[in-house]
Design a protein around this ligand. Structure first.
Ligand code: AMP
Length: 250
């Protein structure tokens, strides 16, 4: 399905095409039109499925409308389990939002100096991508204001729970406006993720994307019987001389 059929704004469509995307992936086909209605979503999808664009494009599209609340705080907040993922998500946001007027992002992750993060927060910001721990630090210091927050995204929610962020996530969600849109993405929607989803979303639409089956492994396994140590060494010597064998573990 082409991106032009998903209901995206021409400015955002332009940045998607400039990024080299031609067709929407399954998670984008389902999640983008659903998120554009403003509903909460629970989406099961994997890394590599195109999930980042699936939550960023409809969220960035909301920024086209003027905010109803006057504040400098973020209108879209994305929580991710790791600093690396946060940086990737912020980079994608900058790609998709590059043609929007005064579009600003901030990435609040641990292990990075506070100074630059505080400087970003001292000016109006549209999209904040954060890891839960560092965001809590900023909240406790009163450095971030969620009064105009419209969308809360939990990216890789299952990994955030595995990493022990459940209380931080709940504390952050409790500070977000109740009438926000919540988009939860996770490899699985069962178990503890399901419990968290029930707590944080309202009348959410569930979208389940089947994982693409792993390609058949190209690893060949062989069992060689050695009569004694000398034989074992000769077998090893033969393997090492085999020019057809590019990589092997013995
Ligand atoms: P993600 O699952 O969001 O981490 O995306 C995986 C990779 O796929 C990223 O490098 C994206 O830039 C790329 N990607 C996302 N959507 C599309 C698309 N519709 N067509 C081609 N590449 C895409």
């Amino acid at each position: 399905m082409s991106f032009s059929e998903l209901g995206l704004d021409p400015l955002i469509l332009k940045s998607v095409l400039a990024a080299g995307y031609e067709n929407a992936t399954p998670v984008q086909m389902q999640a983008i039109p659903a998120a554009l209605t403003g509903r909460d979503l629970l989406v099961s999808s994997h890394t590599g499925s195109g999930k980042t664009a699936a939550f960023l494009l409809p969220s960035i599209q909301r920024l086209q409308a003027e905010p109803t609340v006057k504040s400098m705080g973020p209108r879209v907040l994305v929580l991710t389990p790791t600093r690396e993922l946060a940086l990737q998500v912020e980079k994608s946001a900058m790609t998709y939002g590059k043609d929007l007027r005064r579009f600003r992002t901030a990435c609040l992750v641990g292990g990075a100096p506070y100074g630059l993060q505080l400087k970003r927060l001292s000016q109006p910001v549209d999209v904040v991508v954060a890891t839960p721990g560092r965001l809590i630090d900023h909240l406790e210091r009163g450095k971030i204001d969620f009064s105009r927050l419209e969308v809360l995204v939990l990216d890789e929610a299952d990994r955030m729970l595995d990493m022990g962020f459940v209380d931080d996530i709940k504390a952050i969600a409790a500070r977000c406006p109740a009438e926000r849109q919540t988009l939860l993405f996770s490899a699985t929607l069962d178990g503890v993720v399901g419990n968290l989803a029930r707590e944080l979303t309202r009348d959410a639409q569930r979208i389940e994307i089947e994982a693409v089956p792993q390609k058949e492994s190209k690893i060949e396994q062989r069992l060689l019987f050695a009569d004694n140590m000398d034989h074992k060494n000769r077998l090893l010597d033969a393997l090492l001389r085999d020019v057809d064998m590019v990589q092997a573990i013995v």
